[in-house]
Design a protein around this ligand. Structure first.
Ligand code: GAP
Length: 514
């Protein structure tokens, strides 16, 4: 197991051990790619959602919210193209009987070439030491150039096959590249087939009157079909946006990597309606705004990158992903798409109703163009966990596990700990707890030694702990301990709120967004 795989395994078990994420239906041996959020997970998830919601709705005068239903008229999914084209190319290995996404197998092969290139460079760096000229080496090393050429050729072939929806060619690429099944190790592949990802169910009680309905695979369509309701009742003027957070469902072929790819997940989507012709300018603005939102969390700019799409959906004229460096590589957390007027035009066509916007400044009606920002709550949750999980070796050689969560996202902001369970200290600690709980999420803990309690709070990412000791009863002061520095200071109880609130409340994070 690679070191990174090992770290990821630890994060997954940490999530379970401390009540962040549990496998769904665990006592029945679980349900593939479905997870439940525990007592701390739900707090962290809610904080992530608030950060997004307030970053969108509170900080933008021209963005409002929406909460549309999961069930929608089935024709919506016909109009949006999901019934006919929301497919993944799947391939089975006949020996292991395992199913894979053909595109993912090829993308993993591309990543292998990149790894080989980086390994060559790392080896040379070690060999040449300070005199190493990396740029020159990359441009001249025969080995590096060979890997680059193979990677680029594969990339071009893959791009062409995906754009042409050529399933035979996808299979041929897998065969030509010698890609084997990770389980059986063989190349005994079936043909590549298309697989629709939507879940469906029946609505209505009589057998003949039933209607097939879908569990929405994205929240966006609920926004499109309501855009004119919101525009008219909210007196919105273009450009304006509608934001929504809600569940989405996809029958993913390969569900792997914990909460990265789930069958039931949550999205935070914002559709921004603009004048035709101005969409690429807005696309660039939203790219920047969204990247800033991510980077304000302080995990380091080097952990993010844009990945522009090779294969544009037929309705998009620009698309990019914001990727985050997870222990299993750079992975998509958010998609930003310039969707033209495709969705709105389709809904006009299929519903037979005009949903054009009348622009009072231009004195004309048109179907707006749309920039979409779409981020998965669960993927965001995973990226926050991965970036925050740390094992630190302390001075005495002891190891502490700490979740260095951004304080504004931490489930518990302050732990209130009486030094001992007697002498009136629990009563005093409870008194402080009862006052501060109105300001932020506090936890009272009196069990075990103070050292153990600090470790427990470190492991769940609590930015501050206070210890109530015998002196507190005389001087009304407590010891305030900082999670990251582990430094302690004596502070008056009366000053706790103003000292802590500023650092742990969401507004501290929101103020970093320009
Ligand atoms: N409305 C556009 C849309 O749904 P998408 O790229 O398919 O675009 C947007 O999905 C985001 O939703 C992704 O960037 C990812 O964060 C999240 N997402 C998509 N499928 C997911 C899955 N199976 N499990 C968890 N998150 C998922």
């Amino acid at each position: 197991m690679s070191q990174q795989e090992d770290v990821f395994k630890k994060i997954v078990s940490h999530c379970k051990e401390y009540g962040f994420v549990f496998p769904s239906s665990e006592i029945y041996d679980g349900l593939g790619a479905v997870y439940d959020y525990g007592q701390l997970g739900v707090e962290l998830k809610n904080n992530i959602k608030s950060y997004w919601w307030q970053g969108m709705v509170l900080l933008h005068e021209n963005i409002v919210g929406l909460d549309s239903a999961i069930f929608m008229h089935p024709t919506i999914w016909k109009a949006s193209g999901h019934v006919d084209a929301f497919n993944d190319p799947l391939i089975d290995n006949r020996d292991s009987k395992k199913r894979y996404r053909a595109d993912v197998l090829i993308e993993e092969q591309l990543a292998k070439y990149d790894e080989k290139i980086e390994k060559e460079v790392a080896k040379a760096r070690k060999r040449f030491g300070d005199s190493f000229d990396e740029e020159k080496y990359r441009a001249t090393s025969a080995n590096v150039l060979e890997h680059v050429a193979k990677r680029d050729a594969l990339h071009e072939r893959y791009k062409a096959a995906m754009n042409a929806n050529d399933l035979d060619e996808l299979k041929q690429i897998i065969l030509d590249e010698g890609i084997v099944c990770p389980i059986s190790g063989t190349r005994n592949w079936t043909d590549v087939r298309q697989f629709n990802l939507m879940f469906s169910t029946e609505m209505g009680s009589t057998a003949d009157g039933n209607m097939k309905v879908y569990l929405r695979p994205e929240t966006a369509q609920g926004i499109f079909v309501n855009y004119l309701n919101v525009q008219k009742t909210g007196r919105m003027k273009i450009p304006f946006g509608i934001a929504q957070i809600g569940k989405a469902f996809r029958n993913e072929i390969v569900a792997r990597q914990f909460i990265f790819r789930m069958r039931e997940f949550e999205q935070m989507e914002m559709q921004f309606f603009v004048r035709p012709g101005s969409e690429l300018e807005w696309f660039a603005k939203w790219k920047e705004t969204r990247m800033q939102w991510h980077q304000a969390l302080g995990f380091g700019a080097q952990n993010y990158r844009f990945h522009d799409h090779d294969k544009l959906a037929h309705y998009a004229n620009a698309a990019t992903d914001i990727e985050f460096l997870m222990p299993f590589g750079f992975k998509e957390v958010e998609g930003i798409h310039s969707r033209t007027n495709f969705d709105l035009s389709q809904h006009e066509k299929y519903s037979g109703k005009s949903i054009k916007y009348f622009d009072p400044e231009l004195n004309e009606s048109y179907t707006p163009y749309v920039i979409e920002t779409s981020i998965g709550v669960d993927r965001m949750f995973l990226s926050v966990m991965c970036a925050s999980y740390k094992e630190e070796v302390l001075e005495g050689g002891e190891t502490r596990v700490v979740l260095s969560l951004p304080p504004a996202l931490a489930p518990v902001k302050l732990a209130i700990l009486p030094l001992v369970k007697k002498d009136g200290l629990p009563e005093k600690a409870h008194e402080i707890y009862k006052e501060l709980r109105f300001h932020f999420n506090c936890q009272y803990d009196e069990k075990d030694s103070i050292g153990k309690r600090y470790r427990r709070q470190d492991a769940i990412g609590t930015p501050y702990c206070i210890t109530v000791d015998h002196e507190t009863l005389n001087d009304n002061c407590v010891t305030l301990r900082n999670r990251d520095t582990m430094q302690q200071e004596r502070i008056a109880i009366a000053d706790l709120d103003k000292t802590i609130a500023d650092k742990v409340n969401l507004s501290s994070l929101l103020k970093k967004l320009k």
